[in-house]
Design a protein around this ligand. Structure first.
Ligand SMILES: *[C@@H]1O[C@H](CO)[C@@H](O)[C@H](O)[C@H]1NC(C)=O
Ligand SMILES: *[C@@H]1O[C@H](CO)[C@@H](O)[C@H](O)[C@H]1NC(C)=O
Ligand SMILES: *[C@@H]1O[C@H](CO)[C@@H](O)[C@H](O)[C@H]1NC(C)=O
Ligand SMILES: *[C@@H]1O[C@H](CO)[C@@H](O)[C@H](O)[C@H]1NC(C)=O
Ligand SMILES: *[C@@H]1O[C@H](CO)[C@@H](O)[C@H](O)[C@H]1NC(C)=O
Ligand SMILES: *[C@@H]1O[C@H](CO)[C@@H](O)[C@H](O)[C@H]1NC(C)=O
Ligand SMILES: *[C@@H]1O[C@H](CO)[C@@H](O)[C@H](O)[C@H]1NC(C)=O
Length: 470
């Protein structure tokens, strides 16, 4: 069960990236270019190549300045255009620094597929062999080397979430190429043995506890038992399906489990995008959506029918805010990006999740690496290496690291795996008590809480200093 919980939380991150895909919000403009990279940077035998995409905007650059800064977004698990549209902070700083803007697309995502449409074909598992953090960072290193041919241009890496992890690791491994990195909501410590596996769900729970009143999490915690009891017979399965207007009614225990996993994912997503203004990042949502959800759960429900009805209204904040959803579709897989992230969890990005069951509003679930690894092998012929990332990037041993800003919102469930204490005076830790998932990377908004404005101001100052000192 552990791996399913983990998958749920991880695809929650993905969820964000996938749904931002709607092109309606083309706030920022750029040219789209391609760059040729070796398929395998670490072999002298394999000489195949493919192209990654990157976004390019030099409109702000002062052409007379040989030391033009490059703002380099280290693309994460999705189409790079999504990140460009959701990283307003970078665009706001570009104007001040007259920087060159680059958003690099991560290999195996978006249109940067090394084997085209057969990249994820399960009958060719060998296609997944070049899908690692190290290959990706090497792509970015080559691209930067190409872009700043005379080596006079300072490079600042930016990234949020997994992209923030990449920005941090990029600075750690290539300090000669990257002057500094802003790693927003980057859970680089969410790995086995160095962070408690239940931290994510504990934070989600506390966000819900504090959103409206204490009945919210009590109702949610009770609902699992209700769903399981009802789900035990056909009439109950139908009752759930009707209450939630499911597109495909629950017919089996497998269906029931999918439904419960889906709800769990929705709670995690809600906590992540609990932004102070309405947004359409993950789904169209009101400002502070968790508060809205908990508003529907403000009374303690003792009757099954009441609770079911209240849960359905609460969930609709997320699934049907616009009122345009005809039925609730809980099958949210089958696209390239989710496929990509699931592969990464099966090689290096082994992030354990679990829940105690009494300390959180979630079901009890254990982290079981063996089950997880078996599934990875079955699905992809991959054997995950749970300690690979710690071996390569040091885990909590960050004393030698310099020029990285780690920013974390304390309302973000991923902050549990973030760097919250600075190892030295060259690493900056910025805490946003009222911040959700990389809120500071987004465009400024009148509804931003003061801690986010302060964070952006500090980040801008540090970045300006790195550029000056370069
Ligand atoms: C770069 O961004 C600015 C501001 O959004 C926009 O006016 C300009 O057209 C963009 N340049 C390119 C080449 O897309
Ligand atoms: C690899 O390099 C050799 C020698 O230059 C060349 O003959 C061969 O076609 C190359 N293979 C690929 C896949 O590019
Ligand atoms: C995957 O590859 C196999 C073997 O080459 C091929 O027969 C199959 O059609 C491919 N599947 C898809 C979905 O492209
Ligand atoms: C967000 O709020 C603004 C102003 O209140 C409104 O114009 C816009 O339609 C809202 N967007 C969504 C997605 O609800
Ligand atoms: C929880 O709900 C009950 C009514 O069902 C209400 O009396 C009580 O005040 C609520 N608790 C809180 C903390 O608001
Ligand atoms: C979404 O909201 C509309 C309007 O309230 C309603 O007619 C519809 O049934 C809702 N869809 C779902 C899946 O609940
Ligand atoms: C959950 O935590 C409580 C209190 O810390 C503890 O008593 C209980 O044994 C734990 N339950 C499980 C399933 O680990």
């Amino acid at each position: 069960m552990g791996e399913l919980v983990m998958r749920a939380a991880l695809s929650a991150v993905l969820g964000i990236l996938l749904i931002t895909g709607c092109k309606s919000d083309q706030r920022f403009k750029y040219e789209i270019k391609e760059f040729q990279v070796p398929l395998d940077h670490f072999s002298f035998l394999i000489n195949a190549t493919f192209n990654i995409r990157y976004l390019y905007n030099d409109s702000f650059v002062d052409k007379s300045n040989a030391r033009t800064p490059i703002f380099f977004y280290t693309g994460n698990e999705g189409d790079i255009e999504l990140f460009a549209q959701n990283t307003g902070f970078l665009w706001e700083q570009v104007e001040k620094q007259r920087a060159l803007v680059i958003f690099a697309e991560h290999r195996y995502y978006g249109k940067s597929l090394p084997f085209g449409s057969s990249t994820f074909n399960t009958s060719m598992p060998e296609h997944l062999a070049y899908f690692t953090v190290e290959q990706t960072l090497e792509d970015y290193a080559m691209l930067i080397t190409y872009l700043r041919s005379d080596r006079q241009m300072p490079v600042v890496a930016f990234g949020g979430s997994y992209g923030g992890m990449l920005a941090a690791w990029f600075r750690m491994k290539y300090p000669h190429l990257v002057t500094g990195a802003l790693a927003a909501s980057a859970p680089i410590l969410q790995f086995p043995g160095i962070t408690d596996c239940d931290i994510f769900y504990r934070i989600v729970t506390s966000v819900f506890e504090n959103a409206y009143n204490a009945n919210c999490t009590v109702n949610i915690a009770k609902s699992w038992k209700l769903f399981e009891t009802l789900g035990g017979n056909d009439a109950g399965k139908k009752q759930i399906s009707d209450a939630f207007h499911l597109c495909s009614p629950i017919k089996s225990d497998v269906d029931l489990k999918k439904f419960l996993d889906y709800i769990e994912e929705v709670y995690s997503n809600l906590a992540m995008v609990n932004y102070p203004y309405n947004s359409s990042f993950l789904a169209p949502l009101p400002a502070y959506p968790v508060r809205q959800v908990c508003y529907y759960l403000k009374d303690l429900h003792t009757g099954d029918g009441d609770l079911l009805h209240a849960m359905s209204s609460a969930l609709a904040v997320y699934t049907n805010y616009t009122g345009s959803s005809k039925c609730l579709d809980i099958s949210s897989n089958s696209n390239a990006d989710e496929a990509g992230w699931n592969v990464q969890t099966c090689n290096q990005m082994v992030m354990p999740f679990c829940s105690n069951g009494t300390e959180t509003m979630f079901r009890s679930s254990a982290w079981n690496f063996k089950d997880f690894a078996d599934k990875c092998y079955k699905n992809y012929r991959l054997t995950p290496k749970p300690y690979d990332i710690i071996l390569r990037y040091g885990g909590r041993n960050l004393e030698a690291v310099t020029n990285i800003i780690f920013s974390n919102g304390l309302l973000d469930p991923w902050s549990g795996g973030g760097v919250l204490q600075s190892p030295n005076d060259k690493v900056f830790v910025i805490i946003l008590p009222e911040g959700a998932h990389h809120l500071d990377l987004r465009h400024s908004d009148p509804a931003d809480p003061p801690s986010v404005r302060d964070a952006r101001e500090k980040e801008a100052e540090i970045i300006a200093r790195w550029i000056q000192e370069f």
